[in-house]
Ligand binder design. Sequence first.
Ligand code: IPE
Ligand code: IPE
Ligand code: MG
Length: 235
Amino acid sequence: MIFKNLPGHIAIIMDGNGRWAKKRNLDRIYGHAEGIKSLKSVVKGVMYYKIKYLTAYAFSSENWQRPEEEVDYLMDLLEQYIEIELPYLIKNKIRLNFIGNLEKLPEKSKTAVLRAVDKTKNGSELTLTLAISYGSKEEILNAVRKISEDVKKKSIDLNDINSQLFSNYLYTAGIPDPDLIIRTSGEERMSNFMLYQAAYAELYFTKTLWPDFRRKNLIIALKNYEKRSRRFGKT
Ligand code: IPE
Ligand code: IPE
Ligand code: MG
């Protein structure tokens, strides 16, 4: 499949793991485990098309309110994913990046995350960002706090504050805004994801549950994106 235009940055709200498991009379955690296979499949697809940025929303700031067993399982899954995938990421020059409030993570998850970021820092083919303990409102408020401090310290001037500067204070500093945001599972909402960065993203919603979303589903989303007319407010 050849595309006339591809997104430079795809962001995915990976939703529907629990429902996938429920449909099979399984515990929700099996849906999360199966969802890892989808992530691996989509990473391969994105690499094939030489797309440089992929962001996957894996755990929101609100997801801390889930039952402790589920949260613990998700943190274990994150560590397992990092450990198993690290050689593949290094070999394929994939830089692993994280956005979110990592301070809330259990110590050993945080250590695994920081180690993987360091080990993959020279990756030049794809920046794979995992949004973990991520909330967009929190991200924006943190940016406002840091900018205010810098104004107070006089390291920046009030008049310097523009959209470019503001972006540099977000967790996503250095990463271009997403061109395409995919949400699986049929929900059509942002759930506190990239609210600032999504200003001109194309949104693609599919009823497919995340554990069923594989490379072929990515290609369908890319075909849909190819037909979009992006005007950015112009005629
Ligand atoms: C998405 O699947 C994964 C996370 C939010 C961690 P869900 O766990 O939200 O699955 P549903 O939406 O309940 O089916
Ligand atoms: C959004 O899914 C967060 C992730 C996919 C990680 P949720 O399942 O938490 O969102 P809501 O509660 O349906 O909005
Ligand atoms: Mg959900």
